[in-house]
Design a protein around this ligand. Sequence first.
Ligand SMILES: Cc1cc2nc3c(=O)[nH]c(=O)nc-3n(C[C@H](O)[C@H](O)[C@H](O)COP(=O)(O)OP(=O)(O)OC[C@H]3O[C@@H](n4cnc5c(N)ncnc54)[C@H](O)[C@@H]3O)c2cc1C
Length: 354
Amino acid sequence: MSKPHEVVIVGSGIAGLSAAVYTARADLEPLVLEGPEPGGQLTLTTDVENYLGFPDGVGGMELIQHGKEQAKRFGATFEHGTVEAASVEGEPMELQLSNGESLRTHALIVATGASARWVGAANEDDLMGYGLSTCATCDGAFHRGDDVLVIGGGDSAMEEALFLAKFADSVTIVHRRDELRASDIMARRAREHEKIGFRWNAELLAIHGSEETGVTGATLVSHPDGHPREKLDDNAGERAAAGDPVDPAADVDVDRVDVGGIFYGVGHVPNTAFLADTPISLDEDGYIETTGGMTTETGVPGVFAAGDVMDPNYRQAITAAGTGSMAALDTEAWLESRAAAETDRQVATAEADD
Ligand SMILES: Cc1cc2nc3c(=O)[nH]c(=O)nc-3n(C[C@H](O)[C@H](O)[C@H](O)COP(=O)(O)OP(=O)(O)OC[C@H]3O[C@@H](n4cnc5c(N)ncnc54)[C@H](O)[C@@H]3O)c2cc1C
């Protein structure tokens, strides 16, 4: 069996890269597992305008590529690999990868970020990638001249809509309430854009189209009090998708709109499924809970967390990079204290033998 790594960093987003730079500079020779989305969420965006040090903004991909080069320069290595399960109570810890291989490590930094949330509309499984998308920056250019919908009312939805407005003829933001959750600046930009409109108190019930045609339309429901889907039964979406009557409850309007694309902008879920059978504490949404205050410690010795996977509040590139560096420093201190304890133990054993 191969020698355990000193530290493995799971995830190659900006948090993982920042942890890699710091642990590599500390001569810990980190291994970074890149996961299903090498480079993480920032590879999905074009301009990052709020990352300190770039007065004219910086491309998300460019920022990630520079981070990776920087980490490699100090000795970090990168491998394709997705962790499916972890055993973190033993020494060394063991990670099971989706390709059947396993890795051993003394310390672990979890920087697996978060994945886009789906809304549960009928046909979304079939049409994801065929006109339905969670990433405007990836797929927006396919929708030149289309009318498109963006689902959501937070910053993610505003960002998707503003990006799509560069290509689409019209962008309609469908939000289940009558006020946005987005920050004031993002909401104002969307409201002031001539191509962007709003459907308030409305939800997406079903998506129409096929793999051959792509998305051709959507069934929307609306209610003056918002959250209209709550007023319908669970199978209403399937009936709408099949073209059958939905039997709406009182005051629920159902209408079908012709659109060429639908984008989900309803946030993210933390990528922590592989930690389910570990003692690492997760909150009710699946985010890793650290032990409190300014630390990345998870409460399991040698396991640290960084970036969006432990941050339900800020979810910014700069905060992810910041907690990445914190996790690296916490890891370095933990490995040093472990080595010092081992030295003390050996000295005590030698003295007892004398
Ligand atoms: C479209 C878009 C635009 C954005 N724009 C901005 C912006 O302008 N400014 C800003 O500050 N922030 C922006 N953000 C937010 C920012 O991208 C995130 O806060 C940041 O990327 C979080 O970094 P992270 O490293 O924690 O996670 P992520 O970037 O999500 O990276 C997670 C990494 O973990 C890996 N991974 C996941 N599961 C596993 C597994 N089981 N095994 C191994 N690896 C795994 C993935 O492959 C990925 O490499 C944007 C986000 C999006 C989606």
